[in-house]
Design a protein around this ligand. Structure first.
Ligand code: BG6
Length: 460
């Protein structure tokens, strides 16, 4: 079989772009109950309280404007779009026996429109959201009831859309849960045993992932299914042996979930952590066998930045996507302090491919920045420079022999920032006229980077 041509495109997520949070029968998702303007995600309000602004409620209105937006994607020449379905549109309470027909129709129409424009859909089943009703009833993914509910959802998606959607990603950035006691991805709230709840939630998600892979393979239809992690390579800040070991340990920890996804088995260091902390987990042999029998077809990852590790508590710090780390003096940072490291993308792709030897996808990579609009013109040369350097690294990795199925930059449209809820942290090739308080016309304006990306794809 010949090598698959890498698809070049862009990405969006439902909760960050769609809006229409309570329309056409949609239930609340947990991202709809997080108010704007915070970097810390540990607080959640059970229901919108009218006192706060909830940015996902209208986001950038992709739900109503998807036709116009897909026309823009076609104009840009996108070969693929990575986007997510909103679970709570299909199953508003999470436990209905049948999906909401209006949600089914909405995504039918959206997929048909993409295919009509020859844009390959890459669908994430759950991206930073679960139905709020499930979170309220069961707490979060640490409860095994979630597995049953997710499988009803994922099975339906594969059966209904599998003839048109060939690339599926079960969960967004699964390993993020290793770093936060509570995340939008899993609904785990602060408990008196956060480490146990996290490890149990991760295990339940991994098991649901493995069962979904089994279902996809049983359906056939040429479906390829993967899962996603966030990956930021971690360099030792210098060659001091303790820093090298620390970087190695952090790296191994960050990849422990990918190890299970690809190799079907928890790595020894992860098991050691479980033992040392005496975490009481419910993991049956049948579940562990299912993990072993159902590895992913491909591994998807985001890549925004690299991090550095130092054992010195006084080392200068930097921010980052997964977590921060020590400051790398050789790198510049974004306005949000993330260290910009294009070569790190080539490193990451080679490292992951050497380790796992399966096809990869880069499903997020981009620059969050404050854009200035002057007479409807946005000269985002900084974003072009970021993307150009990363595309170069991507191409180098491909020449190195890494099998890359797709690259989808983050993001096609400006959308709500996941970490801060801001609109002003903009990633898009297309500007959306909405501010941090939700005011604006929602008008779309093509940025300079839109035209740049268009020429990149055209001249491949
Ligand atoms: C990734 C998430 O971690 O980072 C996206 O999958 C998110 O949903 C992206 O938007 C960028 O992070 P932020 O916080 O700048 O939006």
């Amino acid at each position: 079989m010949g090598k698959t041509k890498m698809l070049l495109g862009a990405a969006l997520s439902a909760s960050q772009s769609e809006g229409a949070y309570d329309e056409d029968g949609k239930g609340l998702s947990i991202s709809d109950t997080v108010p704007a303007g915070r970097r810390d995600l540990t607080r959640r309000y059970p229901k919108p309280d009218g006192k706060h602004y909830y940015p996902t409620h209208q986001a950038v209105d992709f739900y109503h404007r998807y036709q116009e937006d897909i026309d823009l994607m076609a104009e840009c020449g996108l070969e693929c779009l990575r986007f997510s379905f909103a679970w709570s549109r299909f199953f508003p309470q999470g436990e209905e026996m049948q999906p909401n027909p209006l949600a089914v129709k909405h995504y039918d129409d959206l997929i048909d429109k993409l295919l009509a424009e020859k844009i390959v859909p890459i669908v994430t089943m759950s991206h930073l959201e679960i139905p709020q009703a499930l979170a309220e009833k069961y707490g979060g993914w640490e409860n095994k009831e979630f597995i049953r509910c997710f499988l009803r959802y994922s099975q339906f998606l594969l059966e209904h859309y599998g003839d048109r959607v060939k690339y599926w990603i079960t969960f967004n950035e699964m390993n993020m849960l290793l770093y936060f006691p509570c995340t939008l991805a899993v609904g785990v709230d602060l408990t008196d045993k956060p480490e146990e709840a996290k490890a149990q939630a991760l295990h339940n998600m991994l098991y649901a992932n493995a069962q979904t892979i089994a279902a996809a393979h049983a359906i056939g239809k040429g479906i390829q299914i993967g899962a996603m992690i966030a990956y930021s390579p971690i360099y030792p800040v210098d060659c001091r042996p303790e820093n090298i070991m620390l970087a190695y340990d952090l790296e191994r920890n960050a990849l422990s979930i990918a190890d299970v996804l690809v190799r079907g088995k928890y790595p020894g260091t992860y098991e050691r952590k479980i033992d040392e902390q005496a975490l009481q987990l419910e993991r049956t042999q049948a579940e562990l066998d299912t993990l072993a029998q159902n590895p992913v077809d491909f591994l998807a990852t985001s890549y925004y930045c690299s991090n550095a590790a130092s054992i010195e508590a006084t080392a200068e710090k930097s921010a980052g996507n997964l977590f921060g780390g020590a400051r790398n003096p050789f790198l510049k940072t974004s306005e949000w302090g993330w260290q910009i490291d294009p070569q790190g993308l080539r490193y990451a792709l080679n490292y992951l491919y050497d380790r796992y030897q399966i096809p990869l996808m880069i499903v997020e990579n981009g620059l969050g920045a404050l854009d200035v609009v002057t007479n409807d013109i946005i000269e985002d040369d900084y974003r072009i420079a970021y993307l150009e350097a990363h595309l170069h690294a991507l191409n180098e990795a491909e020449k190195d022999g890494v099998e890359i199925l797709a690259y989808t930059m983050w993001s096609f449209l400006d959308q709500v920032s996941a970490s801060s809820g801001q609109m002003s942290k903009r990633y898009g090739l297309v500007y959306c006229d909405v501010d941090d308080n939700g005011s604006g016309t929602f008008k779309r304006i093509k940025k300079k980077s839109f035209y740049w990306m268009q020429s990149q794809i055209k001249n491949r």
